[in-house]
Design a protein around this ligand. Structure first.
Ligand code: PLP
Length: 456
């Protein structure tokens, strides 16, 4: 399969380019030039596969010129062998709705599902080709832990993780900063997540720098993450075994997870609506409900992994709704940079065929956690609560809510709502008392570049 950049589709790339680089040199995101569309007959042949085999079938559609199906299959098995659920994900009931529990991996958030896969994919590529790379990634809390767990101790790889200082939960931070492997470097930035993400983007677009250190990215813009996430939409649809299209409510920050749902739909999976659920950082809700894609100041909320104003993956949707026109996409991205983009009426109509949106403020999030504790005896993490709240507010009565994190990662939110919290699973409790290691740096791309250089 061939790929192009959303900002210049005159040049084609291979899967290797796409996954090793993450972001295109022109600043755009990689997208495939065509998509496999499964017929209903083909879908029924995937229906009874276990999670690993289903992953192999879906991902192989995108990566077959890079890795053989056999190698892919063993790599996927290895990636999910550490999960607490044998089938990787678990579907449970919550009232009339379903929860898709995606947090049974090593760092207790859905990001493990894609990241464990990516970590092994890197190792496969680098050892085969005797290459070294440096991964630089910005995190709002969960990506970093998942990436570090996936990459720690692997040969030919270093990982540098930028997190916004004091703006992630202590458990999130400890899962990153207590890792001792020598190829792991944690950096706390005096700024918010968007600042961290901006620094990483600037490092990438400084081609002299990024090429000189063989820089690579594993942020949710990485196409390999998106395809690994598309798998659980398929899996859920097959497991629920309904005869009608189903809807998913997705707690959203960077638009990666929900874009994976869109990809599954474009590949022929009968999905009705994708609910984009946001916290008070509601740019995507404003965008999808009335076209207003103007970013405001980031607010700190109970669901910090969604405290994002500029959703990188939205660029892929912009590209698709503009008929894969990279000139138009580039122009829109310039407008977004000046914070002047309003989605036009015809684009908005196209977007609203697949997406609806809602936002939950802090009180609503707490109320959802309370209500479900009392009614259903479940402790929800605040991100999942936003997903559930959005589904309720939109009166979706039989959709699947993606449960993106284990509640023990966000004890402050559940303490606040119901005066209790979950402890970490016993095998992770060692992080509570362990020494942390990170470097505090100013919100400055140059400082980060210097730090990275000094470690190589
Ligand atoms: C990252 C994250 C999200 C948001 O996912 P995106 O792909 O950025 O939209 C939601 N919930 C949790 C717990 C997360 O870690």
């Amino acid at each position: 399969m061939r790929y192009v950049s959303t900002r210049d589709n005159s040049k084609e790339y291979s899967f290797k380019d796409v996954f090793v680089k993450g972001l295109a040199d022109d600043g755009g995101l990689y997208v495939p030039t065509s998509l496999k569309k499964f017929s209903s007959n083909e879908l029924s042949q995937l229906k009874n596969l276990n999670y690993n085999d289903l992953s192999t079938e879906i991902i192989n559609q995108f990566s077959s010129d890079f890795i053989s199906k056999n190698d892919l299959s063993s790599l996927i098995k290895k990636s999910y062998s550490t999960f607490r659920e044998k089938e990787v994900v678990k579907i449970s009931n919550i009232g009339d709705l379903k929860l898709l529990e995606l947090f049974h991996g090593p760092t207790l958030a859905f990001k493990d599902i894609a990241m464990q896969f990516i970590g092994n994919l890197y190792e496969y590529y680098l050892t085969k080709n005797n290459k070294r790379i440096n991964i630089v990634v910005a995190t709002s809390g969960d990506t970093g832990a998942a990436a570090i767990d996936a990459i720690k101790g692997k040969s030919n790889l270093n990982i540098f993780v930028l997190h916004p200082n004091n703006r992630i939960s202590p458990v999130q931070r400890k899962l990153m900063t207590t890792v001792e492997d020598e190829n792991v470097f944690n950096i706390a930035i005096e700024g918010n997540f968007d600042d961290c993400q901006n620094i990483v983007k600037q490092m990438f677009s400084d081609l002299d720098f990024s090429k000189s250190i063989n820089m690579s990215g594993v942020n949710s813009i990485n196409w390999a993450r998106i395809i690994a996430q598309a798998v659980y939409y398929f899996y859920t649809y097959f497991k629920l075994n309904e005869d009608k299209p189903i809807s998913f409510s997705v707690p959203t920050g960077n638009f990666g997870d929900v874009f994976a749902g869109y990809l599954a739909k474009e590949m022929g999976l009968p999905i009705d609506k994708l609910i984009v659920a946001t916290n008070e950082n509601d740019i995507l809700h404003r965008a999808i409900s009335n076209g207003d894609y103007v970013s405001k100041k980031v607010k700190e909320t109970l669901s910090p992994s969604m405290d994002i104003q500029l959703a990188s993956n939205f660029e892929r949707l912009i590209y698709y709704v503009n008929n894969s026109n990279s000139k138009i996409t580039s122009d829109i991205m310039k407008k977004i940079k000046q914070n002047k983009y309003q989605i036009n009426k015809s684009n908005l109509e196209i977007i609203q065929k697949d997406f609806v949106s809602e936002c939950c403020d802090e009180n609503e999030t707490l109320e959802i956690i309370r209500e479900n504790f009392v009614k259903n005896d479940i402790i929800l993490d605040p991100h999942t609560a936003v997903g559930l709240g959005a589904a309720h507010k939109l009166s979706f009565n039989d959709c699947v809510v993606l449960s993106t994190a284990h509640p023990c990662k966000f004890p402050a939110a559940t303490d606040n709502a119901i005066n209790r919290h979950k402890e970490l699973p016993s095998e992770l409790q060692y992080v509570y008392g362990k020494e942390e290691n990170f470097q505090l740096l100013k919100n400055s791309t140059d400082e980060v570049k210097n730090f990275v250089r000094s470690k190589l």
